[in-house]
Design a protein around this ligand. Sequence first.
Ligand code: PMV
Length: 316
Amino acid sequence: MRVTARAHPNIALVKYWGKRDSELNLPAVGSISITLGDLWTDMRLDTDAGADALTVNGEQRDDLMPRIARCLDVVLGEDRKPVSIVSESNFPVAAGLASSASAFAAAVVAAAAVSGREHGKDELANLAGRASGSAARSLYDGFVELENAGDRVAVRSIRDTDSWPLSVVVAITSVAPKSVGSGEAMEISRRTSPFYARWVDEQEDDLARARDAIAERDFMKLADTAEHNCLKMHSVMWSSRPPMVYWNAATLDCMRVVRELRAGGVSVFFTIDAGPQVKAVCMPEEVDRVREALGKVEGVENIMTSGLGAGAHLIE
Ligand code: PMV
């Protein structure tokens, strides 16, 4: 049997950083994200295989197989048949572009199809979240909120793709794999950052403000909330022991350029995850100006643009 699922990465505007249960991989805080329609990961699962095997963008990547295998075990059971997996993405993997979110969201959708059992979207989101907390959000389209609900997460789309079609311009400043993976880095922050408890305490306020801004389509309120939340998360990373600094000089320059554009009346704000790329969220009519300004920053290697998009789904 052979199936292919497509999932899009998502970018958090109110971030998840820290786990309340590392066994079940449950986040310490809720989060709000946007799903990016023009970036994708297609994952093909073939059950006619002698042994588990994984190819990512044309390269055999047995090193990445254990994590994907654990995710498949959760959906299909540990006594599942071996599978061969072919994963193709149209953006760099493991560089702070949420490639794990799209990969695990696609993996659970494909595995569920192979299982032959009906799975609700809520169940699939929880299964994806076991592998990567942010992957749970890639099951849903447009603006997505993830809340904690006992020993599960509850995820839903809070605004669709078309009713507020924001764009995202991603400035790629380095495609080198990150120094510390987000799972391990979050645990270091929880254990060592003096700001961690305060970060968790304040998250509800940021979520409420972002939820209101999205309901009201208030761009400036969303800009202010998202940049504040992003910088607070990075303050937790910087104040951890050892410190985790994912930025480079171009990251800082891009942030300045985004701020200058906004001061000049352009509707744009930045957000940055566990990597050096800067994601500039803007109104669609501002894409060209934002691309042009970020393209001039020294150290920006590539620029990608995306609109909002759909949750993970089967394509074959
Ligand atoms: O889901 P993970 O383990 O890749 O962690 C994601 C963490 C951030 O991207 C930094 C924030 C977020 O909410 O996506």
